[in-house]
Ligand binder design. Structure first.
Ligand code: TYM
Length: 323
C-alpha cells in the first residue's frame, strides 16, 4: 500500500489537523511506502510574504517531526521540491472540464469569506490531484473537508485512464469516523482560516486561555445534558483516557456541573497529551541544518517516484519526452 498526504503551511497545525490527519500519517508510516509533504504551492494562493511562507514551511516540517513522523520510515518533503507535480498538473488541467472545478466548495467558501480570488484558488483541486496521482497513491489519510477533493482526483484519474489507458492508480480517502471534523472553539469546524483554532504547539498559557473561552450554551447548571453533540465534550474525549471520558459523560447526564470544570479538565488533558511532542519540538529547533537535510533527502526519493509516473502520463498523452 502506498500512502500520501499533505498539509498546508498557512499557519501552525491545530488540533483538527492532528486528530483528523496527522495522527493517521504517524500510524500509517509503517506501510510499504508513505509520502507526506508540506503543501507550500497550495499555500502560495494565500500567503504573499516569501519569508513568511518559507519559515512556515520549515516550522510545519519541524511540527510533523516532533509529532512523530520518522524520516527513516516515511518520505517527508516540500511540495515545491518536486517540479514533476507541477508538470503533471498542467497535463491534468488540459483535460479537466470547468464544470468539475465549479462544483468544488472550498474555493466558493474562500470567496464567500472575502479572500482574493486568484486563478490558483480555483484550480487548486487539480494540483491536489497531481500531488496524489504522481506517487501512485492508494490511500490518502485526510479529514472530512478533503473528501470532495479526493473524489475530484478520482474523477480526473478515471477520465484520463479512460482516454489514454491505465496510467494512474485511483486512490481512496481514509477518514476516521471519530475525528473526521474536529470542532473549533465556536463549535464550527476547526480551521486555520476561521480564527477558532487551537494550535498543537500553542504556548500552554495561551492554549488554556483559548480553552476557557470555548463557547458553551447558557442552560442552568442543574440541568442534565446530553454529552453527544456537545463540542466541549467532544474535544475532551479526544484527549482524555477512556475511563475519564465515561466519567465525564456521566457527569453531563447527572447535571449540576459547571462548564468551567470541564474546560479545566480539557486544558490539563491537552497539556499532558502534547507534552512529549513539545519537548521534541524544542530540541528540533536547535538543528536547522538537519531539517534541510531531511527535506533534501525526502525530495530526492519523492522525485524518483514522481518522475516515473510523470513519464508514464507524458508517454500516454503524446508528449514523449527524450530518454
Ligand atoms: P489543510 O492544510 O487544510 O489540512 C491538513 C489536514 O488536516 C485535516 N483537517 C481536519 N480534520 C479534522 N477536523 C478538522 N477541523 C480539520 N481541519 C483540517 C484536513 O482534512 C487535512 O487532511 N488541500 C489540503 C492539503 C493538500 C493535500 C494534498 C492533502 C494538498 N495536496 C494531497 C491530501 C493529498 C489542505 O488544505 O489541508
Amino acid at each position: 500500500m502506498r500512502v500520501l498526504s499533505g498539509i498546508q503551511p498557512t499557519g501552525r497545525p491545530h488540533w483538527g489537523n492532528w486528530f483528523g490527519a496527522v495522527q493517521q500519517y504517524i500510524a500509517l508510516q509503517n506501510e510499504d511506502e508513505s509520502y507526506y509533504f508540506v503543501a507550500n504551492l497550495h499555500a502560495l494562493t494565500t500567503i504573499r510574504d516569501g519569508e513568511q511562507l518559507y519559515q512556515n514551511s520549515l516550522n510545519t516540517t519541524m511540527d510533523m517531526l516532533a509529532l512523530g513522523l520518522d524520516p527513516e520510515k516515511a518520505v517527508l518533503f516540500l511540495q515545491s521540491d518536486v517540479p514533476e507535480v507541477s508538470q503533471l498538473c498542467w497535463i491534468l488541467m488540459s483535460g479537466t472540464p470547468m464544470g468539475l472545478l465549479e462544483r468544488c466548495v472550498s474555493y466558493k467558501d474562500k470567496i464567500a469569506k472575502g479572500m482574493p480570488v486568484v486563478t490558483g484558488l480555483f484550480t487548486y483541486p487539480v494540483l491536489q490531484a497531481a500531488d496524489i496521482l504522481a506517487y501512485d497513491s492508494n490511500i490518502v489519510p485526510v479529514g472530512e473537508d478533503q473528501k470532495q477533493h479526493i473524489e475530484f482526483c478520482r474523477d480526473v484519474a478515471n477520465a484520463f485512464n479512460h482516454q489514454y489507458g491505465e496510467v494512474f492508480v485511483v486512490p481512496e480517502p481514509r477518514i476516521l469516523d471519530q475525528s473526521a471534523k474536529i470542532p473549533g472553539t465556536d463549535g464550527e469546524k476547526m480551521s486555520k482560516s476561521y480564527g477558532n483554532f487551537i494550535e498543537v504547539f500553542e504556548p500552554v498559557k495561551s492554549m488554556k486561555k483559548k480553552v476557557m473561552r470555548i463557547d458553551t450554551d447558557s442552560r442552568p447548571m442543574e440541568d442534565s445534558k446530553e454529552p453527544e453533540g456537545d463540542h466541549l465534550f467532544q474535544l475532551y474525549s479526544l484527549f482524555a483516557e477512556p475511563d475519564k471520558v465515561e466519567e465525564m459523560a456521566a457527569t453531563y447526564r447527572r447535571g449540576g456541573f459547571g462548564y468551567g470544570d470541564v474546560k479545566k479538565a480539557l486544558a490539563e488533558a491537552a497539556e499532558n497529551y502534547f507534552a512529549e511532542a513539545r519537548e521534541r519540538r524544542t530540541e528540533l529547533e536547535s538543528d536547522p541544518d538537519r531539517i534541510r537535510d531531511i527535506l533534501n533527502e525526502g525530495a530526492k526519493k519523492a522525485r524518483a517516484k514522481a518522475s516515473e509516473v510523470l513519464r508514464r502520463a507524458q508517454d500516454a498523452c503524446g508528449l514523449k519526452p527524450p530518454r
